[in-house]
Design a binder for this molecule. Structure first.
Ligand code: UDP
Length: 356
């Protein structure tokens, strides 16, 4: 039986939404591999919750999300760092594991890779963010070939080591998402409420069309959220809070479409495949992960990046999309089985390095 130790994101406890889509990815990869007979333990900040997966909760201060900082920001660790404590735990128990899988998008786990004797596979959950991080990741990509995995090609293309990345995509537990054939009029917007997600574009679009928009997700930047409300005082929007997957899919299925308006190169966009699984078409900018997911004109619309007008046109045409095709795409491309296959294939050569 293969034993894997997962290192979680150090920016928030699992289940809070602070870590974004990688929280769901960790749950899903762990669940699928555990079901296949791997022994999994996840090391994560204190307060973390996963469903039916053992979690080693580690105290300490959280990392600041790297996307809130500039490209030249030096490496930063708070006193009593949760990330450092998580890696110290990993160091102590590494002899019990065949592989460490790092999901932390941070400098320290890359830097420490040669200091561990257990091999480390790094799953990168964002595009290029800072020079210091790019540099250390490039070093690992060079010295430990095949150990870096990403969600999508467009995400890989943001890094100097794009060609060496293993493209792993993402997946969801489709049994948790119910297909809804007949939606209400409402549109949905899902995700962390933070500038890189450009919620203001979705709000500007519905301010024009008059279509109600329900907003779900963690408010990461209060000032940013206040500003949007001030800028669009009469927009037909409603903030619904941060919901669990179970509650979220119930609400999401009722929506006519999901709007995805990220300003940055979104690495993947787990919310896109959650929507498709409920039969909800996705209207997204033609950029980053969503552009690799949405089949333009079939399971949603891809719109010129940053064009409000483009969003408005797509909203007006949304009833042309057959919701059954959306569910079918999710089933064909984003099942946990497919994800489990891709991850085990990725691990195979890395595991061999352990004994050589
Ligand atoms: N999410 C959630 N409840 C909500 C809104 C969002 O659990 O009310 C989750 C959603 O399931 C997804 C994540 O938040 O997994 C957002 O991830 P995504 O990959 O779209 O973007 P990221 O935050 O990683 O940039």
């Amino acid at each position: 039986m293969l034993k894997l130790l997962f290192i979680s994101t150090p920016v928030g406890a699992l289940g809070t939404g602070q870590g974004g889509g990688v929280e769901l990815t960790i749950q899903n990869v762990a669940q699928e591999l555990q079901q296949r007979g791997y022994k999994i333990e996840v090391v994560a900040p204190i307060g973390s919750v996963l469903h039916n997966i053992p979690v080693k909760e580690i105290p300490g201060n959280l990392q600041i999300a790297v996307q809130t900082q500039g490209r030249d920001t030096p490496i930063c660790l708070p006193p009593n760092s949760a990330l450092a404590n998580m890696l110290d735990y990993a160091r102590q128990v590494q002899h019990e594991y065949d592989l460490i899988v790092n999901f932390a998008f941070d400098w320290l786990p890359f830097y420490l890779t040669p200091f561990f004797h257990c091999p480390i596979a790094h799953f990168i959950s964002m595009g290029s963010m800072t020079e210091a991080l790019d540099q250390i990741m490039t070093q690992v990509a060079t010295n430990y070939p095949q150990t870096i995995g990403v969600y999508t090609k467009s995400q890989a293309a943001t890094f100097p080591f794009a060609d060496t990345c293993e493209i792993l995509s993402s997946a969801i537990d489709l049994s948790l998402y119910q297909f809804v054939p007949h939606p209400e009029k409402t549109l949905a917007w899902l995700g962390r409420i933070a500038p890189e997600k450009a919620l203001e574009d979705a709000v500007a679009a519905v301010n024009t069309t008059g279509t109600p928009l329900k907003i779900y997700g963690k408010i990461q930047d209060q000032d940013y959220w206040q500003q949007i409300q001030q800028d669009f005082p009469h927009a037909p929007i409603e903030y619904m809070g941060f919901l669990s997957t179970q509650e979220l899919q119930q609400e999401l299925g009722q929506c006519r479409a999901l709007l995805m308006t990220p300003r940055w190169i979104e690495a993947f966009g787990n919310v896109a495949i959650e929507a498709l699984a409920c039969g909800v078409p996705v209207i997204a900018y033609r950029r980053g992960g969503p552009a690799e997911i949405v089949q333009d004109g079939v399971t949603g619309f891809l719109v010129e990046p940053d064009s409000i007008e483009g969003l408005v046109t797509a909203i007006d045409q949304i009833d042309l999309i057959d919701r059954r095709k959306c569910r079918q795409q999710a089933e064909a491309e984003y099942s946990l089985t497919a994800l489990g296959d891709r991850f085990s294939l990725w691990f195979d050569p890395i595991l061999k390095t352990k004994n050589s």
